[in-house]
Every structure is written in C-alpha cells, then in structure tokens.
Design a protein around this ligand. Structure first.
Ligand code: NAD
Ligand code: WQD
Length: 340
C-alpha cells in the first residue's frame, strides 16, 4: 500500500482527505502539531474508517524532527501538505508567525525529502487571484499583490515549489487553489473546528443557528452583485478531499512531469444572502441576520473556471449547496451534543 504523509492531517480539510485516502487504498501517515486541531479527531477518523491511521505529533518548524521522519519514518510515495496557519486577520497582526510557520515548515519538508521521488500536493488558495479581472477566473489569471501576509505565504510557497521542481529535484508537485471549502463529512463525526469566534461565513451561520452567537452580520449589501452581497465559489470539503487523490493519481502517471496548478471549485458563485437562505431552507432553521458594513479587505466576487481540473484530474464536484449546508448543520449539532 502506498504511504502518503499528510501534514496537518487532523485539521479540517486534512481529516476529510485522510478518510478519502484510506477509502482509496492509500495508507496515510499523519503529522500534526495540534496547534489548530484536536487529538480526538484521530479517534473520529478511526470510527469512520474502522482503522486507526499512524499519527506523529510534530511541529514542522522543528527541522531535526522533520529530518528524523525521513530517516526513522516509513518510505512514502507522496506528501499532501495542509499544515499552515490560516487566519487572515491574525496574519495581518502577526505576519512573522505566518511567514515562519507557513514558509519555514514547507522548506523543512522539501529539504528533508529532497532527491527522493515524491509526489507533493500543496494547499494553495484562490486568494492568490485577489479580485480577478475576468470571471470565472482560470489558472492563467495573474497573481495579484496579496491582501494579507497569509495570502502572501501561499504565493511565496507556490514560487518555492515551482523553483524547487525546476532545479531538477525528484519532486512532482501540484498546487491546488481551493475556493471556499465548507460542509462536513456525512457521518457528522468530523468537520470544521473554529477556535474562538469564527471568521468564516458557514461556521458563523451554524453557530448562530445553534445559539452560540446572537446573530450573523452580512458584511455589506451594496456591492455590484445581483443582491448586493459578496459572491464566492463554495465547495463541499468531501469533494475537495477527493481532488487530492485525483492529484496523486495524476502524478503517478509517467506523462505528468514537473509542476502544475489547478483551481478547485464548483465553477459557480453564490452570494452571502443566497447561502443564508439556502441554510434556512435546507435546515428549516431561521437565522437572525442583519446587514452591516463591508469587511475590510473583502473582494467583491470570485468563482473559478474548473475545466482544467475536470480534464486533467478527471475530477469534478458532486455535492450541492444544500448538502454543504445540511452537513455543516449536522456537524454543529453533533459538536453541541458531543463536545470534543
Ligand atoms: P486547519 O487549521 O483546520 O488545518 C491545518 C492543520 O495543520 C491543523 O491541524 C494544525 O494543527 C496543523 N498545523 C499548523 N501548523 C503546523 C506545523 N507547524 N506543524 C504541524 N502541523 C501544523 O486548516 P484547513 O482549513 O484544514 O486548511 C488546510 C490547508 O488548506 C491550509 O494550508 C490552508 O491555508 C489551506 N486553505 C484553507 C482554506 C479554508 O478556507 N479552509 C482555503 C484555502 C486554502
Ligand atoms: C465569505 C463571504 C464575507 C462572515 C477567507 C480567506 C481566504 C480563505 C477562505 C484560505 C465574504 C461574508 C463572512 C460573516 C459575512 N482561505 N461573511 N459575515 O472571505 O472568501 O475567504 O477564507 O486560503 O484566504 O480570506 O471567506 O468565509 O470569511 O467569507 O457576511 O460573519 O461571507 O464578507 O463575502 P473569504 P469567508
């Protein structure tokens, strides 16, 4: 069985990907420092899959620790690198924390496995496009100056990976530019675990619905969009997880060489108000929401051109906005009855 190192494998997207890897016959080896995840997620993965994956608690900033993974750890054929700090606002306040964690961890990993034949999947983001000039945005659109240190770490990381591949290292690399991942596993045993007050829309919606937050504020209804609220390309986290397996499969072919980038989204945009109404309709729960001012740094609208992933990865999304809302809600209810 092919072993895949999954950094950040106990986090939101990582845990769903570990489940899909196991379903696809891979053996994930999880590395996580638990800085933004809970050790119980390992048990939840075990409950879903019937098998406990190998887990190393390790901070990827620990250079010696990462080198030790190579010497003492198993032979791996691939790495899926999720581990990073991801709070945009915090990155503005503490940029060095973000450059240190997101860039240094990547460099440690690449140095440690340098020369070995490893297929590497990197978690990038549609944030690299800023506000695109054309919609849907495709992979050839220019990378715009980053709005935040977090966004900049994704741009820098993509460049580091491209240059490393070009240097003749034995790596094959795919950067996946995620649009907005939402929802949870159908078992409701894993999902997004925001620490403190959620910054993202869907966890804020579910926490409002369950009564943890009094109301949700729509950040602006005066944008140049049909209903005035911002538009994003929301993608179910399980669809997203499956794309990582498709990326590994592509790199396992001889025809794939070097470095490539793929958008991962549905190819459709939904506004904030549409998401709120979809949640209400699917769950039957009325949301207490108000319209507030715009949030600084928000882009007006973005959705992805996803034909490249469809053609080369033979992957496309299957799960609807309603399934995204229903699964996010089931996870929120599970958490309130079974606090981690
Ligand atoms: P997450 O915070 O839930 O998962 C990241 C995991 O990495 C956590 O479990 C955390 O404990 C771990 N980690 C962080 N730093 C580490 C380190 N130095 N050593 C070891 N483990 C470390 O985040 P997520 O939403 O699952 O995101 C996964 C990846 O996808 C990140 O790289 C993120 O930037 C990227 N991404 C996320 C989104 C999103 O909206 N969630 C969108 C685009 C890109
Ligand atoms: C979605 C929409 C908000 C909360 C961020 C990062 C990006 C990324 C994903 C990683 C926006 C609106 C939100 C609320 C609201 N990740 N909103 N009320 O802004 O697309 O992207 O997370 O790479 O880098 O910037 O996602 O979920 O925060 O917001 O009206 O309480 O919901 O204004 O229009 P965003 P989000």
């Amino acid at each position: 069985m092919s072993k895949i190192l999954v950094t950040g494998g106990l986090g939101y997207i990582g845990s769903h990907t570990v489940v899909e890897l196991m379903k696809a016959g891979y053996e994930p080896v999880i590395v996580d420092d638990l800085s933004n995840s809970h050790p119980k997620i390992l048990d939840q993965i075990t409950r879903i899959t019937g098998k406990k994956p190998v887990f190393h608690q390790l901070d990827l900033k620990d250079e010696a620790g990462v080198r030790n993974l190579v010497t003492a750890g198993p032979n791996i054929s691939g790495i899926i690198h999720f581990a990073a700090s991801k709070a945009v606002g915090e990155s503005v306040q503490f940029p060095l924390k973000y450059y240190h964690n997101n860039i240094y961890s990547l460099i440690n990993l690449l140095n440690a496995y340098y020369g070995k034949a490893v297929n590497f999947v990197f978690s990038s983001s549609c944030t690299v496009y800023g506000q695109p000039d054309h919609l849907p945005v495709d992979e050839n659109a220019p990378v715009k100056p980053a709005e935040s240190p977090y966004g900049n770490t994704k741009q820098i990381a993509e460049e580091i990976l491209r240059d490393t591949v070009a240097s003749g290292a034995n790596y094959k690399v795919i950067s996946l530019r995620y649009f907005n991942p939402v929802g949870a596993h159908e078992s409701a045993l894993i999902g997004e675990l925001p620490i403190g007050v959620p910054q993202n829309l869907v966890p804020f919606i579910t926490q409002t619905a369950i009564g943890k937050r009094e109301k949700i504020t729509v950040f602006g209804d005066d944008y140049n969009t049909p209903d005035g609220s911002c538009i994003r390309d929301y993608i179910h986290v399980v669809d997203l997880a499956k794309a990582h397996i498709a990326a590994l499969r592509l790199m396992e072919t001889d025809s794939f060489k070097g470095y490539d980038v793929f958008n991962l989204g549905t190819g459709k945009g939904n506004s904030v108000l549409e998401i709120i109404h979809a949640f209400e309709k699917t769950t039957g729960v009325k949301l207490n929401y108000t319209i507030g001012p715009r949030r600084g740094g928000d882009i007006e609208q973005i959705w992805g051109q996803v034909t490249k992933a469809k053609e080369s990865l033979h992957w496309q999304t299957e799960l609807s906005i309603d399934t995204m809302m229903a699964s996010a809600w089931a996870w929120e209810k599970y958490l309130s009855n079974n606090p981690l």
